[in-house]
Design a protein around this ligand. Structure first.
Ligand code: AFP
Length: 332
């Protein structure tokens, strides 16, 4: 049988690739792995368990209906980070405000984590792939104190780890520490993630575009021109690209990462600043895209350069294969 490399083995073999203490990375990823495994078990039984499937009956601060699994996922990750002792605070889509952990171990910890516990959760009932997206920063405030808002409001260029767990036909952990992108698949029987996608590189060009075309009447002229190009035989393939839109950012992004493509969520009248959240959706995926040779912009500037001013700040997002994003920006 093929010798598989577990996540732990991979990290210790490549310790020089990590810009911080190897033990810290191992522990942070261990927290993510344990929450992901528990979440995967819940997701796989969603249709069978009343307390798991369906809406919670409440809205988050952004006015979106929370699913029961959103809150289950949020608690699993929050608890894993709090108990892990390496994180001083977190922010997530499901919490109005950031959470500064109270224990002395947490106050002595060096990192904050921002995450979308379950992206695409409005798709749970129809069995479409969904995922957790996370972003890890070193704190700005002094070790020994409680985490503050400024620890959370850092530009994406300061991320030390970013990744996602995609719950699809298999469960995949993809992450970067700034030295390339690697993917690990969960072997559910052994309860371990093994290296399955080493050194992921996003094709420089592609023929998949992902956008909610229901919003077409709201698109700006430049985007309309780009979509016309995608749908014409004037592009580099000589035939129209294929439209692919799942409505789970993490799943749409992952497909485009592997096959080449562009994902676009522009500002529209229902979401004048864009729909996606800068800190825990756009930034982590932008870091991964750039590390894989792709590009991410909000239409004006690189996503990773945006200075955040709010926890749940929205941004427009054009992300994917470098040449496609440049073309959409009118740069080539
Ligand atoms: P949910 O997590 O609330 O399902 O939102 C998912 C999401 O933010 C992103 O994953 C999708 O790409 C986008 O919304 C889909 O939104 P539209 O339905 O507006 O296209």
């Amino acid at each position: 049988m093929l010798k598989l490399t577990s996540l732990k083995e991979f990290i210790s073999k490549n310790r020089e690739d990590f810009p911080f203490l190897i033990e810290d990375l191992q522990n942070l990823l261990e927290n993510i792995v344990s929450a992901s495994k528990a979440l995967q078990a819940d997701i796989s039984k969603a249709g069978l368990l009343n307390h798991v499937l369906g809406a919670q009956g409440k809205q988050n601060i952004q006015g979106e209906a929370q699913q029961k699994l959103d809150l289950i996922a949020d608690n699993l990750f929050k608890n894993a980070f709090e108990q892990g002792g390496f994180v001083c605070g977190i922010a997530s889509e499901e919490n109005d405000d950031f959470v500064a952990f109270e224990s002395q171990a947490a106050k002595n910890a060096n990192y904050v984590v921002l995450f979308d516990p379950l992206d695409g959760s409005s798709n749970i009932d129809v069995n479409v792939p969904i995922g957790t997206i996370f972003s890890i920063y070193r704190r700005i405030t002094n070790v020994g104190a409680k985490a503050e808002l400024k620890d959370m409001l850092q530009p994406g260029s300061k991320q030390v780890v970013a990744g996602y767990v995609l719950f699809g036909s298999s469960t995949l952990l993809v992450f970067t520490t700034g030295n390339g992108v690697h993917g690990f698949t969960l072997d559910t029987a052994r309860g371990e993630f093994y290296l399955s996608h080493p050194h992921l590189k996003m094709p420089q060009n592609g023929r998949l575009y992902s956008v909610n075309e229901g919003n077409r009447n709201d698109f700006n002229p430049q985007l309309r021109t780009y979509l016309a190009y995608c749908q014409s035989d004037q592009n580099q393939t000589g035939k129209p690209y294929s439209g692919r839109y799942i409505g789970s950012l993490v799943a749409d992004f992952h497909r485009n990462l592997l096959k080449g493509g562009i994902y676009i969520y522009p500002a529209v009248s229902s979401a004048p600043k864009g729909r996606l959240r800068l800190l825990y959706e756009c930034n982590p995926l932008a870091f991964i895209a750039e590390q894989a040779g792709g590009l991410a912009t909000d239409g004006n500037q690189q996503i990773l350069d945006i200075e955040p001013t709010e926890l749940h700040q929205r941004a427009a997002l054009y992300i994917g294969s470098k040449e496609m994003v440049e073309k959409a920006m009118g740069l080539n």
